[in-house]
Design a protein around this ligand. Structure first.
Ligand SMILES: [Zn+2]
Length: 98
């Protein structure tokens, strides 16, 4: 099951400025804001997709960074505290037939 949520998260500019343009934890690159159509999150209780969400992406290694508000929304969706806009089916298979 995939829960899909069109995000309504809009941070104040100040918070946004603090969240990005810092050095990547894994390389010398800089984390830049990027708004993506869909970002998937694996939560222990569910697989969540946020649409039209702004995340931080390292301009060198591509590592992705998520703000506390995003992780909070993912947690609420995964635990049922927030209702998703829609739910989609995910294809599941084994690589080799049993
Ligand atoms: Zn990096």
């Amino acid at each position: 099951m995939i829960l899909v949520q069109r995000t309504t998260i809009h941070e104040p500019d100040l918070e946004r400025a603090m969240m990005y343009d810092y050095q990547c934890e894994y390389c010398d690159g800089t984390v830049k804001p990027r708004t993506v159509e869909r970002e998937s999150f694996k939560h222990k209780k569910a697989f969540i997709i946020l649409e039209d969400v702004t995340i931080g992406v390292c301009d060198r290694c591509g590592n992705r960074y998520y703000g506390a508000d995003i992780l909070h929304a993912v947690h609420e969706l995964a635990t049922g505290k927030r209702s998703p806009e829609k739910t989609e089916a995910i294809p599941v298979a084994h690589l080799h037939p049993a």
